[in-house]
Design a protein around this ligand. Structure first.
Ligand code: HEM
Length: 418
């Protein structure tokens, strides 16, 4: 029977392959991908983080398009349309939960990716442009978080955006204009949602898509870096098909994790924003903006003759410029030595961000002071069954991918790389 199906399907799949290989530069692309190899050493695992960020970005695009069908970017419609998506649209609660969780996981993998390329010193020549394009990507992705936070038009998001859009005010000359441009007036209101929405669903996706393309092209062009001072093990891993299969395995695992959190802990919704109500307790930005927000809180309102916010803005701009230009400031790059000063300064900054975030108390979603809109999610039993339906094919897929990797890399009990 299997042989019969094979005999029938093989000629068809061959003729489909002949058709597209005759029309598209498939062989050229494959040859190009095969030229790249990924070094094997004790830090190889960190090379998955960039690919995972791409995966979550694709999830965001797909789920975002589905949410756009029902979301209404107006003061009267925004909150109600989100309630409608959760309560009435079939699987709406799930799509929204995946979108919200994947946004957070994407920022987490992105920050880890940046931290690991920093410690592996992969920003050094010739990869300066990879670092710089990545740094701009960081801002674009944080921009997604900032603009998306306001869209459900709930209490905490409303006041957090009020505080967030205030920050550029102290930038000399252009500050107040930036604030007005973001808000569409003096305050957050009717005109703000369409602005945030346009940035969130059009400007940022377009710019990010373009820049990810450049970032990935550069990665193919330069290949993956070997960290200085780390001994490599045996042969490098061919990017295609071996590392691509390993990437797909990582995406499968990430997808399972995403489904588990999105289904078992569905994303909630705060109560509708009311411009006239005083700010509720527990107003806080998303976790990735907390270091900046808390720094602003602990800075005195006046430092010598300067305003506290102006000092923070100046510090952030200078700090950002230093990080952006890091590949040119690392004087030890040519000698392949670790630059202890840069590594220590980076470590202090990372530890500061972690500590100040941990000290800032519960996250917005976990704060008992924050009022939630009452939502009827499907029962726990139903959700567990749903999870099983989704993850079973994924587990089977991962199993076959692992078999394929073993088939490629282990031959007659011998590891291909040794
Ligand atoms: C949307 C955001 C981003 C995506 C989708 C992305 C994706 C990737 C991918 C797929 C790779 C190759 C695999 C790997 O080494 O992980 C990579 C490498 C790299 N990325 Fe990113 N990246 C992003 C943001 C960043 C940021 C914020 C930085 C740093 C500021 C950065 C700097 C680099 C560098 C220097 C490499 C080369 C690593 C090496 O050759 O060892 N990327 N990126």
């Amino acid at each position: 029977m299997i042989q019969y199906i094979k005999n029938r399907v093989s000629p068809l799949s061959l003729s489909i392959r002949d058709w597209y290989t005759g029309r598209l530069p498939v062989a050229t692309i494959r040859n190009h991908l095969q030229k790249k190899t990924v070094p094997r050493h004790r830090h190889t695992v960190w090379y998955y983080l960039g690919g995972l960020t791409v995966f979550f970005f694709v999830v965001q695009l797909l789920t975002g398009v589905l949410l756009m069908i029902y979301y209404k970017p107006t003061i009267e419609g925004a909150h109600q349309s989100v309630v409608y998506i959760i309560n009435e649209v079939p699987f709406g609660w799930l799509i929204r939960s995946i979108h919200s969780w994947a946004a957070n996981l994407m920022i987490a993998t992105l920050l880890l990716h940046m931290i690991t390329v920093f410690y592996l010193q992969a920003y050094r020549p010739p990869r300066e442009l990879m670092w710089m394009s990545g740094f701009i990507l960081l801002f674009l992705i944080l921009g997604f978080g900032f603009t998306g936070y306001l869209l459900p038009w709930d209490d905490v998001a409303f006041y957090a955006t009020q505080i967030g859009t205030e920050v550029p005010k102290s930038i000399p000359v252009i500050g107040p204009t930036i604030v007005t441009l973001l808000r569409g007036g003096e305050d957050i209101g009717e005109a703000t949602i369409p602005r945030m929405y346009t940035l969130h669903v059009f400007v940022l996706p377009f710019a990010t898509f373009l820049l990810i393309g450049i970032h990935l092209f550069l990665n193919q062009y330069y290949g993956s870096s070997k960290p200085a001072g780390t001994p490599t093990k045996g042969k490098s891993i061919p990017f295609y098909p071996n590392f691509v299969l390993r990437d797909i395995r990582a995406w499968g695992i990430a997808f399972i994790l995403l489904l588990c959190v999105a289904i078992l802990m569905p994303w909630g919704l705060g109560q509708e924003a009311d411009i006239l109500r005083p700010a509720p307790e527990g107003v806080k930005p998303e976790w990735y903006f907390i270091p900046m927000y808390q720094t602003l809180n602990i800075l005195p309102s006046h430092i010598w003759i300067f305003d506290g916010e102006t000092v923070l803005n100046t510090m952030m701009m200078l700090g950002g410029l230093i990080v952006f230009l890091l590949p040119f400031l690392d004087r030890k790059a040519k000698h392949e030595e670790r630059n202890l000063f840069i590594v220590s300064a980076g470590t202090v900054l990372i530890l500061y961000c972690i500590v100040i975030t941990l000290l800032s108390g519960p996250l917005p979603g976990e704060d008992p002071a924050v009022q939630e809109t009452k939502i009827e999610f499907p029962s726990f039993e139903y959700r567990i069954n749903l999870l099983m339906y989704f993850i079973t094919p994924l587990i089977i897929l991962i199993f076959f991918i692992v078999l394929k990797i073993r088939q490629l890399e282990f031959h007659k009990g011998q590891n291909y790389y040794e």
